[in-house]
Write a protein that binds this ligand. Sequence first.
Ligand SMILES: NC(=O)C1=CN([C@@H]2O[C@H](COP(=O)(O)OP(=O)(O)OC[C@H]3O[C@@H](n4cnc5c(N)ncnc54)[C@H](O)[C@@H]3O)[C@@H](O)[C@H]2O)C=CC1
Ligand SMILES: CC(=O)C(=O)O
Ligand SMILES: [Mg+2]
Length: 371
Amino acid sequence: MIIGVPKEIKNNENRVALTPAGAKELVKRGHSVYVQKSAGEGSGFSDAEYEAAGAQILPTIEATYEIAEMIMKVKEPIEPEYKLIKENQLLFTYFHFASYEPLTKAMVESKAVCLAYETVEKADRSLPLLVPMSEVAGRMAIQKGANYLEKPLGGRGILLGGVPGVLPAKVLILGGGIVGTQAAWMAAGLGADVTIMDVSLARMRYLADVMPANVKTMMSNEYNIREMIKHADLIVGAVLIPGAKAPHLITRDMLKDMKKGTVLVDVAVDQGGCIETCKPTTHENPTFIIDDVVHYCVANMPGAVPYTSTLALTNATLPYAIQLADKGWKKAAQENPDLVPGLNVINGEIVYKAVADAFNMPYAMVEKYLA
Ligand SMILES: NC(=O)C1=CN([C@@H]2O[C@H](COP(=O)(O)OP(=O)(O)OC[C@H]3O[C@@H](n4cnc5c(N)ncnc54)[C@H](O)[C@@H]3O)[C@@H](O)[C@H]2O)C=CC1
Ligand SMILES: CC(=O)C(=O)O
Ligand SMILES: [Mg+2]
């Protein structure tokens, strides 16, 4: 198969979808790998390293899309890329369709095959291609939150761990999945007073077992959330309903009940956000303030730590990329059920129900393409 790896063009997105080591694995199997010039630079991989691994370097993004049967990317295509995508081309990347209707419509119109990292799902319901980036973003959420709690950046001016004789900050985490768990470990390690809210009792039982004593769990419902936000210094949004738009657990009217200088880090912003007032921001302009509450809503947080993120992401994606390249998407999905829910759009039809529902668009059963 001919594989193309374009350079990411989203603001401060320094990750790349394939390392030289990954390129070598694909080339060894007889595939042709084309990497756009300097695509790996932000992650510390030179064009020469890709060439040494058997890949070929192309000068432009246009040439990379033009030649490829499968495009391997990190972030969802953004507007300038829409016109480069070809009918029947396989796109293997994050999409987060339910949060952005123009992308969904553009991919339907392209008649490409969109296989979304974030909805590839194993039999145990885990999301193997989301997990590594959620691990990164969960850990970063506390680094960022601690930073923006500083007074000159708009925060309350409170140190997460406190000091002897002064109480630590209160960290509230909405959603105790991968992001929430990693955020809790980091905040707890710094000495904060942490509460994780989730709707899954089983998950909270697990968390109560493994977390240190400064992490508590609490059922997530509107009543409890309204009470807890009054006392929180840092709130991390980390809920997910796979493929769907995130529910708004914190609504506009709740901001007035928060303390001045509270910091909100809505990691779930890529699925639309679980805080109503959160709108996607960039690493260049990561925050805005509403009602004296600092909002941090960067949709590609791991892009800022590409050395870690590119390796973590490609460790997970490469085995699936190899199956797709060896067999083509249809046979690969027939033989590996993890890939089936990854299919979101095929030949102009939405085949992932939560995406179709998000925009009241028509939905086709994916099975029709796998027969
Ligand atoms: N902004 C960024 O750069 C990044 C964003 N993300 C996003 O972070 C979000 C969370 O991802 P993961 O932790 O991997 O998901 P996950 O599936 O591991 O965890 C989600 C948790 O939310 C819980 N939940 C669902 N409804 C809830 C409710 N009403 N109240 C409280 N909890 C609820 C679930 O029970 C589950 O434990 C996703 O939207 C993901 O795409 C992930 C990586 C990077
Ligand atoms: C998961 C995701 O959206 C990211 O890593 O940017
Ligand atoms: Mg994202």
